[in-house]
Design a protein around this ligand. Structure first.
Ligand SMILES: Cc1cc2nc3c(=O)[nH]c(=O)nc-3n(C[C@H](O)[C@H](O)[C@H](O)COP(=O)(O)OP(=O)(O)OC[C@H]3O[C@@H](n4cnc5c(N)ncnc54)[C@H](O)[C@@H]3O)c2cc1C
Length: 478
């Protein structure tokens, strides 16, 4: 049984399917349209695989102008639109409805310009996250936000969800690293927001677009900031006898004003799952582990590490293990970045994504364990500790509807806990359909109405990704 409701498809739109496809055929060549049921199935879900709906059709525009023409057509025909990058959203952000056209960015996957003088790269929205760093790394540069899905996920999707990653503690998440976008509105208008300069005049519209989950328009191009790679970087493993000690250590490091480039947490189940996959040399006899990466010159790394070790010793650290080679470093990060995939080898899971103040990590970790146990389920925790961005992976059997319901209920309780602890419902995976109905836990009705008014300014008919982010009832249209 599904706990998350989808709106009933509009029978009027379903009845006009042939006419709508004929309209799209007049805009796009045949190889840019997906209409057969078999091929549409490839777009029925994203990484929230428990939910799926086959879209009316899929449009794959090659240019900003084609995207604009498709959007203009959809607005005039009153058809819902679901923007899609690589479909790796964990909150169901890219799952379509039966009466929606999916607009996929997979054909817009070119790096358009690298400008070292400005330290920027202009890309099409369907470019994968990793390919930006790959393009500039021979010259000693990189693009900082590094979601674990970076091999597949697109810059458009990263902008949609304001994605983060292990190395965002020091360099910020997507919103801190995007300088401009080309946005196509539902009217088919093409707008340039921001650009190559470090700041833009007027209201911070770019801040509004980043994290808007495909509800304000479709991003077709982006200008991102690239950074010079540090002289060196070294991850160090810190093992603790309890998750609470590890959580308190994170808070103490941040409290001391030390900002390593990454500070990632794994509890015992996650350590064992990832070690079995990556053979990274993680300590197996501890209850929790932090991967802390320092970077800079040899002297800078030594000084920062010394301070971190002192703090960890005050918090009961039992194992300190430094990477001694490039291979060890690669394996340590392989284990962490493959954590979700590795977990999928041993169980079905749902990945929650709440953020708490780092001072609350110990308490929230303890309560998370208690909550999941109270549903008779197991949990593995692996997350961006320095940002307080928690990812409990709740393990369950997807073929057992009762277990799925329990897993979802436990996840919702954990997110409520994050809000109560002074945090929020999402750190980086977005609200999507998954947390849409929890928005009332975080915001008052007045807050929600205000946000919906902003949304409706861009899309008065609520055609853009309409089943996401806001509770389905009580919509504000102007
Ligand atoms: C194994 C795994 C690991 C992950 N690790 C991380 C992680 O470390 N950090 C993290 O932040 N996330 C992570 N994610 C979640 C996911 O990869 C990110 O949310 C990612 O940014 C989604 O990108 P995408 O291209 O797949 O977008 P999609 O899933 O296709 O879409 C995501 C959202 O953006 C909207 N959208 C997509 N393209 C556009 C566009 N061009 N214009 C406007 N809106 C658009 C969609 O409508 C949807 O709401 C992980 C997912 C998986 C499966």
């Amino acid at each position: 049984m599904s706990a998350i409701a989808f709106p009933q498809p509009d029978p009027g739109i379903l009845a006009r399917r042939e006419e709508i496809i004929a309209g799209l055929t007049a805009i796009l060549p045949a190889d840019c349209l997906v209409t057969s049921e078999d091929e549409r199935r490839a777009f029925e879900t994203d990484a929230l695989t428990a939910y799926r709906r086959i879209p009316l059709a899929v449009a794959l525009p090659r240019t900003t102008a084609e995207t604009a023409a498709v959007l203009r057509f959809c607005r005039e025909a009153g058809v819902n639109v679901v923007p899609r990058g690589a479909g790796t959203s964990l909150s169901g952000g890219a799952i379509p409805q039966e009466d929606a056209i999916v607009i996929g960015m997979s054909k817009m996957n070119r790096i358009l310009d690298v400008n070292y003088a400005n330290r920027t790269v202009r890309v099409q929205a369907g470019v994968t996250n990793l390919s930006i760093s790959d393009a500039v790394s021979p010259d000693g540069f990189f693009y900082a936000p590094d979601p674990s899905s970076q091999l597949a996920c697109t810059i458009g999707g990263n902008i949609g969800m304001n994605s983060g990653g292990a190395h965002c503690l020091k360099y910020g998440v997507t919103t801190n690293n995007v300088l401009g976008v080309t946005l196509v509105t539902i009217d088919g208008e093409i707008i340039e927001i921001g650009g190559e300069a470090m700041d833009a005049a007027g209201l911070d519209l770019l801040g509004l677009i980043v994290g808007s989950e495909g509800q304000l328009g479709i991003v077709t191009e982006a200008v991102v900031r690239i950074l010079r790679a540090a002289e060196g970087a070294r991850p160090v493993l810190f093992g603790f006898d309890s998750s609470e000690e590890a959580g308190a250590c994170v808070a103490a490091i941040i409290g001391a004003g030390v900002v390593p480039v990454a500070m990632e947490f794994m509890d015992k189940p996650a350590i064992h799952i990832c070690e079995a996959f990556a053979k990274a040399g993680y300590p197996l006899d501890v209850e929790a582990m932090l991967i802390i990466e320092v970077e800079g010159s040899a002297m800078e790394m030594e000084a920062e590490l010394q301070r971190i070790v002192e703090i960890a010793q005050q918090h009961g650290v039992r194992v300190v293990k430094e990477s001694r080679s490039a291979l060890e470093t690669a394996l340590i990060w392989k284990g962490r970045k493959s954590a979700f995939g590795a977990t999928g080898r041993v169980a079905d899971y749902i990945c929650m994504d709440g953020t708490v103040p780092t001072s609350q990590l110990s308490y929230v970790l303890k309560r998370t364990g208690e909550i999941v146990a109270s549903y008779g389920l197991r949990v593995a925790n692996v997350f961006h500790a320095g940002d307080g961005n928690m990812h409990p992976l709740i393990l369950y059997n997807v073929n057992d509807p009762a277990e799925q319901e329990k897993a979802e209920a436990a996840g919702m309780d954990i997110l409520r806990l994050c809000v109560e602890a002074g945090g929020c419902l999402t750190g980086e995976h977005g609200v999507g359909i998954e947390k849409r109905d929890l928005m009332r836990e975080q915001f008052t009705q007045a807050d929600l109405e205000q946000q919906m008014r902003v949304r409706a300014t861009f899309d008065p008919q609520w055609l853009l990704n309409p089943a996401k982010v806001f509770p389905l009832d009580g919509r504000v249209t102007a």
